[in-house]
Design a protein around this ligand. Structure first.
Ligand code: ZN
Length: 210
């Protein structure tokens, strides 16, 4: 039997990511009943898988991902706590505030799986604090390589801040991606967000190299 095209495999795997969603006690909160809720949910699942696989395995940690629920028509202030071990165990996630939770199976080797192929040598890493808006802008970057993808998605929440943990050279690389995307962005509003992210990260990088 000929190998399946990669795109079909990806769809099948995304399909299995969806599988466990039906087991949630409340699959679609009523206040989120907006056009294309399924698409938004799919996007959210992809973000959760990327965070859970970019960060450490075997312990729960608070990611930068905001909760999407709107209890009482107000945005939930919580962030998603993620936990994963080795596949095929499902990724578990829960909101730090409203208690929403779920499991995602079929995540391993999906297009969202950011686990490293091999361990890398640990160099000096630095912490860079960014605001929510910059963290969200970084998650939307389209051109990242796997190392920068991991850098963005292993960001963790600490109080009101999002903490990026990066070696100086990785931070420089991320700044390069932000600059490249800002240069090609035609949407003025998004370009402004990219510029703001570029400025903040550049200042932080300059402080790493006194
Ligand atoms: Zn919540």
């Amino acid at each position: 039997m000929p190998p399946r095209p990669a795109s079909t495999r990806a769809v099948r795997r995304i399909g299995s990511v969806w599988h466990d969603v039906g087991h949630r006690s409340e699959p679609f909160p009523r206040h989120d009943d907006v056009p294309a809720p399924a698409q938004r949910l799919g996007e959210q699942l992809g973000l959760v898988v990327r965070a859970a696989t970019a960060g450490d395995a075997g312990r729960a940690w608070v990611s930068a991902l905001p909760c999407r629920r709107r209890p009482g028509n107000r945005r939930c202030p919580g962030r998603l706590i993620v936990f994963r071990t080795d596949p095929p165990a499902p990724i578990q996630w829960s909101c730090s505030s409203c208690g929403d939770e779920g499991r995602i199976s079929g995540w391993a080797d999906s297009p969202f799986d950011l686990r490293r192929g091999r361990p890398t040598l640990a160099g000096t890493v630095h912490e860079v604090a960014v605001c929510d808006e910059v963290a969200a802008t970084l998650r939307e970057l389209r051109l990242l390589d796997p190392d920068c993808d991991r850098l963005v998605f292993q960001a963790r929440a600490r109080g009101e801040c999002i903490i990026l943990t990066a070696a100086a050279e990785d931070l420089d690389e991320l700044i390069g991606f932000v600059a490249a995307e800002a240069n090609h962005e035609t949407n003025r509003r998004r370009q402004n967000r990219l510029d703001a992210a570029f400025d903040l990260l550049s200042d932080a990088a300059a402080n790493l190299h006194p």
